[in-house]
Design a protein around this ligand. Structure first.
Ligand SMILES: NC(=O)C1=CN([C@@H]2O[C@H](COP(=O)(O)OP(=O)(O)OC[C@H]3O[C@@H](n4cnc5c(N)ncnc54)[C@H](OP(=O)(O)O)[C@@H]3O)[C@@H](O)[C@H]2O)C=CC1
Ligand SMILES: O=CC(=O)O
Length: 294
């Protein structure tokens, strides 16, 4: 099967590498073209524009940073719309909002193409291991045609119906995750300032009802103050912002998520946006410790 792949960031690189490893013919494009070199060493071809990828491939997958990048790659000069036509499918796996996905869907279907949104749950390591959870919605026929690629990139694919449902599901999941990492950060700092060993807190958490892979994976490196990016904090804050907008649309009160979003914004203002989202821990640590006397 031949596929195009747009966007070779942390996720796109790992996902397209998996496709190559499993025998797919892959044509890649990335805004910063030099990032294609490593994929070429593993057998990929390169195209100079998103339009050139679509011209060559029946199916094109995108994994881009945010709604503005997703829209630019479709509607911009040398974008998807210049070559999409009947018989070609476009699968956007970026995390965006439902409105962005709907705009892309309308434009692509107006040209006779097929569209599927398919954001993923799972970070750098699950992407490298082909263990993502894929949240697809849109054209069912396209979903069925690209299942072989999904099976290589992920451990489970959900088909969620109409365009927008995949984006919404992803935002709900990441709203919960962003809130959790904030509570976890506060717990680690609270333990330390209360004279407890935060590593022992990790062991206690891991044996109880709120044990989870995120605490297990991030806890030890957070305690060390190491936040090498797997899921960049700037993207987590984008997801909180989009989830809060979904909350506005549906009149859903989300005070916990709103507070978590403020912490991520603060982290960005501290220059931590390109670090892992676990760096929100540094915002809690940075807050002045109240005087023991007061
Ligand atoms: N990292 C993670 O753990 C996960 C991320 N996601 C989501 O997946 C998407 C990608 O994430 P990730 O790989 O981590 O992000 P990165 O920041 O590592 O990569 C972003 C990609 O988008 C490209 N890009 C950014 N702006 C533009 C633009 N204006 N035009 C064209 N291309 C652009 C970048 O190109 P360039 O190289 O030129 O900068 C790069 O290829 C995001 O939506 C994120 O929320 C979902 C699940 C997990
Ligand atoms: O979007 C991030 C993730 O870990 O999932």
């Amino acid at each position: 099967m031949e596929v195009g792949f747009l966007g070779l960031g942390i996720m796109g690189k790992a996902m397209s590498m998996n496709l190559l490893r499993h025998g797919f013919k892959v044509t890649v494009w990335n805004r910063t073209l030099s990032k294609c070199d490593e994929l070429v060493e593993h057998g990929a071809s390169v195209a100079e524009t998103p339009a050139a990828v679509v011209k060559k491939c029946k199916y094109t997958i995108a994994m881009l940073s945010d709604p503005s990048a997703a829209l630019l790659v479709v509607f911009g000069k040398d974008g998807i719309l210049e070559q999409i036509c009947a018989g070609k499918g476009y699968v956007d796996m970026s995390t965006v909002d439902a409105d962005t996905s709907s705009k892309i869907n309308e434009a692509i279907t107006a040209k006779g193409g097929y569209f599927l949104e398919a954001p993923v749950s799972g970070s750098k390591k699950p992407a490298e291991d082909g263990q993502l959870v894929i949240l697809a919605a849109g054209e069912k026929a396209l979903y069925e045609e690209v299942i072989p690629a999904f099976n290589v990139m992920g451990k489970k694919s959900f088909y969620l119906g109409q365009v927008g449902n995949g984006a919404k599901m992803k935002l709900v999941v990441n709203m919960i995750m962003g809130s959790m990492i904030n509570a976890f950060s506060e717990g680690l700092v609270l333990a330390g300032r209360s004279g407890l060993d935060p590593s022992v807190l990790l062991d206690v958490l891991d044996l109880g009802g709120i044990a989870n892979p995120m605490f297990r994976m991030k806890g030890p490196t957070m305690i060390q103050g190491s936040h090498s990016p797997a899921f960049p904090l700037k993207h987590q804050q984008k997801d909180m912002r989009l989830a809060l907008a979904l909350g506005d649309e549906t009149a859903t009160s989300m005070p916990v998520a709103a507070a978590a979003n403020e912490a991520f914004k603060k982290a960005r203002s501290m220059g931590l946006g390109d670090l892992d989202f676990s760096a929100v821990y540094e915002t809690v640590k940075a807050l002045e410790q109240p005087s023991q006397k007061s």
